[in-house]
Design a protein around this ligand. Structure first.
Ligand SMILES: [Zn+2]
Length: 377
């Protein structure tokens, strides 16, 4: 009724004052176009802002987000898959894993030296005993390891392992040497249990916490080394980052069973995007907005089956129900390797989440490699 009345008045006005009516109409169009352009360039300037994440903020008005958190999923400088994740919160520097090979320490330090200004890493986490996660802590003659390059304050690592490899033994030697120089060493189980001076939650800054989650395989034996991985949740206001090392589906089921997990903003793809990780049991609980895959996409390092090469088709088929914001560090080529997204740098601040990759911000399903090798289904 009311809208009909308004329409009648507008028509009457337009008939009596055609010029004024056109001017008012044009003003409306200009304002609408202006608002659209502002919105468009905002998104463009920031590189990437996930709209879902912005919506979440509205539901959490009571959480005041100040300061910044940066989480960078790094390339490791060669054609081998591995993890190296650098976290900056206030003046605190945390490095989670240092893969993929001993010489990766140089690639990693070249990146993190842009942020570390006192040569101190307040925290280091080694998730499990595989070379693609710990080799860079050791280094080589020409590439000093992370423990050689930095003063490390606190080292957190896996309570259990079946490893007997040279790289694991070298890691233990270098770690224990760092402890003799003053570092504190805790296992993830000590952290979870708040034992021996360790705490389950570490305050990285006034706004950012690091929580050591409970992994059932911290204190239960398994033949799958990946399931010994240290699992952590980093929280900044209402923003959550879940990192599970190379935990595989049995481990993920236990993780869901024993921890009160809920929606996360960023999930580091479990086990480099393997078909054996990123299970529906986990994904349905964490419903991730952004997924970061640390791997050399399409490499035959671990399998001859093209569909199982990281990131595997089965992994993608599960992830695609939750988000298309999937980023991948590195890509295999005929002659070696190249950056896919490159270093995936995610910043959380009071405007939301910003993803800025060193090579480009193209999401996985829009890449040439994906179109040739994978299906979005
Ligand atoms: Zn791995």
């Amino acid at each position: 009724m009311a809208s009909k009345k308004v329409q009648k008045h507008v028509k009457k006005f337009a008939r009596k004052n055609p010029t004024a009516f056109i001017v008012i109409l044009l003003i409306f169009i200009f304002i609408a176009a202006g608002l659209f352009i502002i919105d468009y360039y905002n998104i463009y300037d920031l590189g990437f802002v996930d709209s879902e994440i912005k919506d979440d903020e509205k539901d959490n008005d009571d959480i005041i987000v100040s300061g910044e958190l940066t989480v960078a999923f790094l390339e490791t400088g060669n054609k081998y898959t591995g993890d190296a994740i650098y976290v900056k919160a206030g003046n605190t520097d945390l490095l989670i894993d240092a893969g993929s090979r001993n010489s990766s320490s140089t690639t990693i330090s070249n990146f993190i030296n842009n942020y570390v200004n006192d040569n101190v890493l307040e925290y280091v986490i080694a998730t499990h005993a595989h070379q693609d996660h710990i080799a860079g802590f050791v280094g080589t003659k020409n590439d000093p390891g992370i423990f050689d390059l930095y003063e490390v304050k606190t080292i957190i690592d896996f309570p259990m392992t079946n490893a007997t490899s040279q790289v694991y033994n070298n890691y233990v030697t270098k770690r224990d040497n760092e402890v003799s120089l003053g570092a504190t060493h805790y296992t993830a189980l000590e952290c979870y249990n708040n034992e021996n001076g360790a705490t389950r939650i570490f305050n990285l800054s006034d706004e950012v916490t690091l929580e050591i989650l409970y992994n059932y395989y911290y204190d239960h034996k398994t033949s799958n080394e990946n399931n010994y991985s240290v699992c952590v949740l980093i929280t900044h206001g209402n923003k959550k980052f879940l990192l599970t090392g190379d935990l595989e589906d049995e481990g993920e089921k236990k993780l869901v069973e024993y921890n009160e997990l809920s929606k996360v903003d960023v999930y580091k793809a479990g086990h480099h995007g393997s078909y054996t990780a990123g299970s529906e049991e986990l994904l349905s609980v964490i419903d991730p907005n952004v997924v970061c895959v640390c791997c050399c996409a399409g490499s035959d390092e671990y399998t001859d089956n093209p569909l199982n090469m990281f990131p595997a088709q089965d992994f993608i088929s599960r992830i695609c129900k939750y988000t298309d914001q999937v980023f991948v560090t590195t890509l295999i080529t005929d002659t070696g390797f190249e950056s896919m997204n490159g270093n995936i740098v995610i910043t959380s601040n009071n405007t939301g989440l910003v993803v800025n990759c060193s090579n480009n911000n193209i999401i996985l399903k829009d890449t040439e490699w994906f179109k040739k090798n994978r299906k979005w289904e």
